[in-house]
Design a protein around this ligand. Structure first.
Ligand code: GDP
Length: 305
């Protein structure tokens, strides 16, 4: 029976495993609480949320006087969900709008450090929107890396959308962004998604570049989303990047990539608390269909296993 239970535990979520192990004890002793704390911290929930959650859990269990594992699990679920904040608005602004008789596309700026999954996310988001019958145009404003525009073009082909790119390396990213929006207006597309370079050489340089892209791109149509792409596996380091980007760009949402195979899902809580910006999308793999709107309830359920 123990072997069966163990193999079931191995397949369940990280928190679920720890919780079951803890609840299997005769009583919730200090070692059990420490184990639970350790697990929440390892999942990158962050020190403050972890402490707050466990304090509340202890209080609730004392008040309820319950030892029923199902009830304890339900309480933990409720407290975790509160930390993820299900009340945050996570809808993507991707509807085009009519201004003075002209239809303007929604414009999505994708920002973040290289390697986090920005270009892949642009491709996957295009796929998601096309599946919702939206017309999409991509802009390859990451002109710094020669391969970046090619990678984006491959994605465009894969999901069946057009891409605006410069025909020379090192072109001005802002002018590519401008051309993409211009073309989006002319073609009457619903959404223009712009891939940007993620050079974190220094804050001033980044601010210059992103600021200019945003300014120039928004001359024709307002930017409706500025999404910061963060790699969930980089944990607290990702949080440091997020702080810099939040200072230099008007972020409207976060895309958390590589949540597949990562036990670091707690970073959702940490990053939302830190920036006060909702996680709107999650990356769950390298394939075209591996992007999903972030849903707090199913996220917490996956965490709990
Ligand atoms: P960029 O430099 O930020 O544009 O990053 P890329 O889009 O080139 O992605 C870097 C690597 O991360 C690539 O190998 C992607 O396939 C991979 N990647 C992107 N998103 C995900 C994800 O959600 N899950 C996994 N497992 N890999 C991802």
């Amino acid at each position: 029976r123990l072997v069966r239970l163990r193999s079931r535990l191995a397949r369940s979520g990280a928190l679920g495993q720890a919780l079951l192990a803890v609840l299997g004890r005769d009583r919730l002793d200090e070692a059990a609480w420490e184990e639970l704390e350790e697990t929440l911290l390892q999942a990158d929930l962050g020190l403050e949320p972890t402490t707050a959650l466990l304090t509340e859990l202890r209080t609730r269990l004392r008040v309820d006087g319950t030892r029923d594992p199902v009830a304890i699990r339900a309480t933990l679920r409720e407290l975790l969900l509160a930390q993820v904040d299900p009340t945050m608005d996570r809808t993507l602004a991707t509807a085009r709008r009519e201004v003075d008789g002209t239809w303007l596309p929604a414009t999505v700026l994708m920002v973040g450090v290289n390697g986090t999954g920005k270009t892949t996310t642009v491709g996957k988001l295009a796929r998601l929107l096309v599946a919702q019958d939206q017309t999409v145009l991509l802009g390859a404003a990451d002109t710094f890396r020669a391969a970046a525009a090619d990678q984006l073009a491959t994605w465009a082909q894969r999901v069946g959308v057009e891409v605006v790119r410069s025909d020379r390396d090192g072109a001005d990213p802002a002018s590519v962004a401008h051309d993409a929006v211009d073309r989006g207006v002319a073609d009457g597309v619903d959404v223009v998604i712009i891939d940007t370079a993620g050079r974190l050489q220094n804050k001033a340089g980044l601010m210059d570049e992103l600021g200019k892209i945003a300014r120039v791109a928004s001359r024709r149509a307002p930017i409706t989303e500025s999404l910061l792409v963060l790699d969930a596996t980089t944990g607290q380091n990702g949080l440091r990047q997020a702080r810099v980007f939040a200072e230099v760009a008007q972020l409207t949402g976060i895309v958390l990539t590589k949540l597949d195979g990562s036990a670091k899902g707690g970073i959702v809580v940490a990053v939302q608390r830190e920036l006060g910006i909702p996680v709107k999308l999650v990356g769950l793999g390298e394939g075209p269909d591996d992007l999903a709107p972030f849903d707090p309830e199913s996220f917490v359920d996956a965490l709990l296993g």
